[in-house]
Design a protein around this ligand. Structure first.
Ligand SMILES: [Zn+2]
Length: 314
């Protein structure tokens, strides 16, 4: 498919509106989609040819995009799979790829800050945080109190949001390539069913208390019945204070008979041994929030869920 059949300029505001409309109502999606398909000429003379040119910013988006576009196209991951949105490093070649893509999907400035300056005026790009959609949660201080007007950027960890992202991708690509609309739709439905089936397995009537090294797992609390008991530090690169470690120890849940169970600590990296010593008894579970070693979003999410549930059980 020639790239001039899908100029980047055709995206922009139009596309943004379309995605918003879609996320408000799936019925809107179906009717818009059918009228699009009926009124637009096919963009390709070779319907079997794979389309290309979608660039996604970070690894969790890549995994979702891969599920939606399976058998049709291969999305391009901008950053290395182990680079999270917290530590984006852009090279000149990356800027070039962002310009040439016929669709760029990223989370937004609150997660991938360095991309904001590059993508701000790029009509082919959509920031998911800009869409009036998704379950949004605030960031919290070390004692669990929400910061006003904040957005926890780890939105993809909520299964309903991951499915919403999948539908947003399907909506945009179906509009750009109507001849593949039913296949995008089929892939997206299959992804949603697989993920929700997993997500529904972990509810518990007993709350599972946990500490976070920094507050990054809020979006898993609903599906995994987690209760946040505070974090060690407000930013993952700031060391915890002795005062906060003492506060956590004072607040930790006790059993009815007065015994203290090891508390589950979810951490992105390795916490230093001196810190952990002050929080004994403790069970540490490392969490890879961007699922960097995974090839499949549903499998990655399920492994996170299993690790966390096992950690809170001890
Ligand atoms: Zn994070």
């Amino acid at each position: 498919m020639s790239s001039d059949s899908t100029p980047a300029g055709r995206c922009g505001e139009n596309m943004r509106f379309f995605v918003i409309a879609l996320l408000v109502s799936s019925a809107t999606f179906l009717s818009l989609n059918h009228s699009q398909a009926a009124t637009r000429k096919p963009v390709s003379q070779h319907p079997a040819a794979p389309v290309s040119g979608m660039v996604v910013s970070t690894h969790p988006l890549y995994l979702i995009a891969q599920a939606v576009t399976k058998g049709i196209e291969t999305p391009i991951l901008l950053l290395p799979p182990n680079q999270s949105g917290h530590d984006v490093q852009l090279h000149p070649a990356d800027r070039q790829r962002l310009k040439q893509a016929n669709f760029v999907l990223w989370f937004g400035a609150q997660y991938e800050a360095p991309l904001a300056a590059v993508l701000k005026n790029q009509a082919n790009a959509i920031a998911l945080f800009d869409l009036k959609a998704f379950k949004r949660l605030p960031l919290r201080n070390v004692q669990g109190q929400p910061f006003a007007n904040s957005l926890d950027p780890h939105l993809w960890l909520e299964p309903a949001n991951a499915v919403g992202i999948a539908y947003a991708i399907a909506a945009v690509r179906s509009r750009q390539f109507p001849q593949y609309a039913s296949r995008y739709q089929h892939n997206t439905q299959a992804f949603g069913q697989r993920l929700m089936a997993q997500a529904n397995r972990y509810h518990s009537s007993l709350a599972r208390p946990y500490w976070a090294y920094h507050d990054a797992y809020h979006y898993l609390e609903r599906s995994l019945s987690l209760t946040f008991k505070g974090s060690l530090t407000v930013e993952h690169d700031l060391p915890p204070t002795i005062r906060q470690l003492a506060w956590l120890q004072q607040q930790r849940p006790q059993q009815k008979n007065g015994t203290i169970k090891p508390m589950c600590l979810l951490a992105e990296g390795h916490a230093d041994p001196a810190t952990l010593k002050r929080l004994q008894p403790i069970q540490v579970q490392t969490i890879d929030e961007i699922m960097s070693g995974q090839q499949d979003f549903v499998v990655g999410w399920q492994e996170l869920a299993q690790d966390i549930v096992a950690c809170t059980r001890t």
